[in-house]
Design a protein around this ligand. Structure first.
Ligand SMILES: [Zn+2]
Length: 252
């Protein structure tokens, strides 16, 4: 039997990412000058992460996208995260990738206030994901890299599939999607949603109790054949035929 668990006891905050870039130390030097330091504009939910005051322009041949913000702090590699709408505007078709995976991704030209660079890869559509601590992972019965579903929105309620779980002791519980995905569900940063998980078998105590409490005629017969006594509690429910049979054999 397959169960659909909606973890309604713990809502998850939603963070919508507008198209942005992460930058390496080397590339920041080229775009803004040697030794340049990013200026935090506002801090994000994940520890130490911030949107900076610095913005760049992205260019692919004749197509241009302005006012793309740099997220800090600097990283090992430069990465450009676009919504699909913005990728289409730039005539690019980047694949959906987990952050840091640049295999078979297109490049782009980035212009800053002091210079420009052209990267040969690193443009991605970010895979939607949920950040969580090991404690949260325990609560939701999930592991790092597990794929789950996420329920959100009201009038445009959606269940997002293919959501990757990211577990790290430094992570704060947050569901991350881009502007296209958020717009499809009519949701904004600060809204909340629920993790959904499909699982096989008895998934939690409540359901397992419910499952065990319904006794059918077949159950009674099975116990009779094995010569076992039925364990009956106040939560046990019998079908009418099962109750007749159980009474006949002094089970209840
Ligand atoms: Zn994230």
């Amino acid at each position: 039997m397959e169960y659909l668990n909606i973890f309604r006891k713990k809502s998850i905050p939603i963070g919508v990412s507008v198209s942005h870039i992460h930058i390496s130390r080397e590339h920041l030097d080229k775009l803004f000058g040697e030794g340049y330091e990013l200026t935090p504009r506002n801090y994000l939910t994940q520890k130490g992460e911030f949107a900076s005051e610095e913005i760049v322009t992205l260019i692919n041949h004749t197509k241009k996208l302005e006012n793309i913000r740099i997220l800090g702090p600097v990283r090992d590699r430069t990465q450009v995260e676009l919504s699909r709408t913005n990728a289409i505007r730039l005539e690019l078709n980047p694949p959906i990738r987990d952050s840091g995976n640049h295999e078979d991704t297109p490049g782009i030209t980035i212009i800053g206030q002091a210079g420009s660079i052209t990267i040969i890869k690193g443009v991605i559509l970010a895979m939607r994901h949920i950040h969580m601590s090991p404690k949260d992972a325990d609560f939701f019965h999930v592991r790092d890299s597990e794929i789950v579903q996420f329920l959100c929105g009201e009038q445009r309620r959606l269940i997002f599939d293919s959501v990757i779980v990211r577990v790290n002791k430094n992570y704060v519980l947050d569901f991350h999607i881009d502007t296209d995905e958020a717009n499809a569900a009519g949701i904004n940063t600060g809204d909340t949603g629920y993790l959904i998980k499909f699982s096989r078998g008895l998934s939690n105590k409540k359901e397992s109790r419910r499952e065990r409490t319904l006794i059918t005629e077949t159950d009674v017969l099975a116990h009779l054949n094995k010569g076992e006594k039925l364990i009956v509690t106040k939560d046990t429910i019998f079908t009418p035929l099962a109750l007749d049979l159980a009474r006949k054999h002094n089970f209840v």
